[in-house]
Design a protein around this ligand. Structure first.
Ligand code: PMT
Length: 416
């Protein structure tokens, strides 16, 4: 029995008939030598008795915030102790509470305090699952880094048939095993990530920018943290939430010049560098020190003679500079350099050209002409081009940026 099997799996069980499947899962996990802890909601305890889980796991079952007077902050210790937290079955109500940060019982309080890898297996009536509110709540959880498992389709306890069945215990067990075994594969590694847009000012109030939300870059950050890495994030203006983690340092920048300086200064220490930021290729040649005024026209008229020509100059190409540092051996000998390619046409040719021109080991290409992936969306689909075999790219099909980020890391920095 290896070290990996000594991990603590926290099972959060909420009130659905599928709670019975968790007995089988708990048994399988215990047999595989995991330390299994269980939290049940009051409703879950109406479907399966806590004594069943106590017998199966050999651990006390946590039901209430004030269960144990000797350990009044049980939710913090459970959250800190867990190597992986699975909430299954996750009812529509629990999913809504998780999405909105409500913490009114032991399960949701522990989930809010928990900073590690969270798996959520929804189980509910089909109409409840398909309702737009539930879908939005699930999208919120995914965007924050939770991994959804299922639901499966089939006959439901309420008599309906459709999506909403919790996946089987065997499936959950397999996913837990995979997650745990790869969970620490970046431990001891330093990962440097750029994310978000840049803003290039014309005057004190106007700037050139693009639509990057930072979701792809923060998803990569989360995935690297979950894999045990220390992460330095260099973040331009972005709306995406930045994870809170003691292994993450986040440096905020605004312009391409600032992003370039920050990336170069951190690059020397990094084992893996990922440039996912959408950096402005150009900036205004001059920045006015005061707000640029238009020429006056007659009341209510537009002055057609008042035209402005904006002169732009190139910004530094940060990825290409890092590529040069790699060739000149200024970076660590084994540093892996990864760039993105945001393309609207000729994706393959452009990505292969960027691989070569920017000196990257990998280029992750996405089609930003599509509304359902790329900029701002919660999902993405990418093709990975590698320096080792530029012609043989790998497609990672459309999925949440959270899941995709994990897959990208596994491709560009595999477990050795
Ligand atoms: O942030 P989101 O809303 O989640 O959207 C994600 C994304 C679409 C921004 C992301 O998936 C993506 O494609 N990022 C790269 C955007 C980009 O600038 O692509 P590019 O093809 O213009 O640049 C190629 C590479 O060179 C990129 O790694 C870029 O970071 C880098 N670059 C570009 C210009 C420049 N001056 N310096 C650079 O380092």
């Amino acid at each position: 029995m290896g070290n990996l099997k000594r991990k603590t799996i926290l099972l959060g069980i909420s009130g659905g008939i599928a709670a019975y499947k968790m007995c089988d899962l708990a048994r399988q996990l215990v047999r595989a030598s995991y330390n299994v802890k269980v939290i049940m909601t009051q409703h879950a305890a109406k479907f399966v008795g806590p004594a069943t889980f106590r017998s199966l796991t050999g651990n006390p079952v946590a039901l209430d915030l004030f269960d144990d007077p000797a350990a009044p902050i049980n939710h913090i210790s459970l959250a800190e102790e867990a190597d992986l937290f699975l909430i299954a079955p996750a009812t529509a109500n629990v999913i809504a509470k998780l999405a909105h940060g409500r913490a009114d019982d032991l399960l949701t309080t522990t989930a809010l305090a928990y900073q590690g890898q969270l798996l959520v297996a929804p189980a509910m009536n089909t109409q409840m699952y398909l309702d737009s509110v539930t879908q939005e709540n699930l999208a919120t959880l995914t965007a924050r880094g939770a991994q959804l498992i299922g639901p499966a389709s089939g006959e439901l306890a309420c008599g309906d048939s459709g999506p909403g069945r919790m996946v089987e215990a065997q499936t959950l067990f397999g996913i837990i095993e995979d997650s745990i075994q790869t969970s620490d594969w970046l431990a001891g590694k330093k990962v440097l990530i750029s994310a978000g847009s840049t803003q290039e000012y014309l005057d004190p109030v106007r700037y050139l920018t693009n639509r990057s939300s930072g979701k792809m870059g923060t998803a990569l950050t989360r995935a690297a943290l979950q894999a045990g890495a220390e992460v330095q994030l260099v973040l331009g203006p972005a709306s995406a939430a930045v994870p809170v983690d003691k292994r993450l340092a986040c440096t905020r920048v605004v312009t391409a010049d600032e992003m370039c300086a920050a990336m170069i200064s951190f690059a020397l220490e990094a084992n893996l560098i990922i440039c996912s930021a959408a950096v402005s290729d150009y900036r205004p040649a001059k920045k006015a020190s005061i707000k640029i005024k238009k020429r006056q026209s007659q009341l209510g008229q537009t002055n057609q003679q008042d035209t402005q020509v904006l002169e732009l100059v190139q910004n530094p190409d940060i990825l290409a500079k890092l590529g040069r540092m790699k060739i000149e051996k200024t970076l660590k000998a084994d540093t892996i350099l990864v760039g993105f390619a945001a393309e609207t046409n000729n994706l393959e040719d452009n990505a292969q050209a960027k691989l070569e021109r920017k000196g990257a080991d990998y280029i992750i290409a996405n089609d930003v002409s599509r509304a359902d992936i790329g900029f701002e969306s919660t999902e993405n689909e990418v093709r990975i081009f590698s320096k080792a075999a530029p012609e043989a790219d790998t497609l990672l099909p459309k999925t949440s940026k959270t899941q995709l980020a994990r897959q990208i890391l596994q491709r560009v920095y595999p477990l050795s």
